[in-house]
Design a protein around this ligand. Sequence first.
Ligand SMILES: [Zn+2]
Length: 76
Amino acid sequence: MVRNPVVICKATPGGVFIPCPVCRSGKLMRLYQETEATCVSLYCRKCKHESLIDIQAGDGLDRVTLHRPAQAGKQH
Ligand SMILES: [Zn+2]
């Protein structure tokens, strides 16, 4: 079984945020300890990619994984 790629979260004084999994910038969604979700869509305005992620509850910075690999080979 292949483990989905982990998206490392950003811990800031204002809270924990998920950066864009594609370009690694921005703070696309705020996470709380109780935040838990499956197949959430994150849209990055900077690189215009949509990413689907899974979020596990907890306080680790490695609790977000890509729901499926970012779309590859589809250049506009
Ligand atoms: Zn991006």
